[in-house]
Design a protein around this ligand. Structure first.
Ligand code: SAH
Length: 220
């Protein structure tokens, strides 16, 4: 990959990215580290060429297989919520998709495990993360509703697909003090933050969102 690819040209240029970051600040994103990482993570590399010119618009974009790369604002918001109660060292992401959210997380926490049910998406994400030399990421082709037992417990779990109800396994694999950031619901969804306390689980409902559904099983 040459420097033109990394820095982007035209609609993927630094100035376009700066505008996006400014917009996220206006929408209430306050974590400076998150903003810095989003400013310097090349979102256009996580899209197919035909979509790359739209990479720095604040919108969700198709990545094939009826899936989408989440809107930048929502990536920033979820990441900020995950880090709200302090730094995280072991984080599980459910729904790797393009790998963009994975890349953002990898630059802000110690270790990331990410699970994707659609194999071709996972393979592409793996290539991109390798290109960016993000080596603190481990990927797996699996149904993320079951978490990642062997790698847990996690002090952060972030799901980028929405279940109707939070899968038990994700709660079980949360370390004490750990938090789960997850969209929950069917036609009407809300972003929730569930924190594991000494007494049990503390749930906070943050805002209305729209995510692709968490689906069972895997796709080759
Ligand atoms: N974080 C991604 C968002 C992708 S959309 C990005 O930044 O691009 C959500 C993803 O969750 C989709 O790729 C979808 O295939 C995946 N997904 C849905 N149900 C899943 C499950 N049970 N296990 C793992 N991944 C799942």
């Amino acid at each position: 990959m040459n420097s033109v690819d990394l820095n982007g040209i035209g609609m993927t240029s630094q100035r376009t990215r700066e505008r996006l970051v400014q917009r996220m600040v206006e929408q209430g994103i306050g974590n400076q580290r998150v903003l810095d990482v989003m400013r310097t993570t090349p979102r256009h590399l996580f899209l197919d060429e035909a979509m790359a010119h739209r990479a720095y618009e604040d919108t969700a974009l198709p990545i094939g297989f009826q899936q989408t790369l989440s809107q930048p604002y929502i990536v920033a918001r979820m990441t900020e919520l995950l880090l709200e109660q302090g730094p995280r060292s072991r984080v599980l992401e459910v729904g790797t998709g393009s790998g963009y959210q994975t890349a953002v997380l990898a630059r802000l926490v110690e270790q990331v495990w990410s699970v994707e049910r659609i194999k071709p998406l996972l393979d592409k994400a793996r290539q991109r993360l390798r290109q960016l030399k993000l080596r603190n990421v481990t990927l797996r082709h699996a149904d993320g509703s079951f978490g990642w037992e062997d790698a847990g417990p996690f002090d952060g779990i972030l799901s980028t697909a929405a279940p109707e109800r939070i899968p038990e396994e994700l709660l079980r694999q949360l370390a004490p003090g750990g938090c789960l950031v997850i969209p929950v619901g069917g036609t009407s969804q809300h972003l929730q933050v569930v924190t594991r306390t000494s007494e049990g689980f503390d749930t906070r409902i943050v805002e209305a969102v729209r995510f692709v559904p968490l689906r069972p099983g895997t796709v080759k």
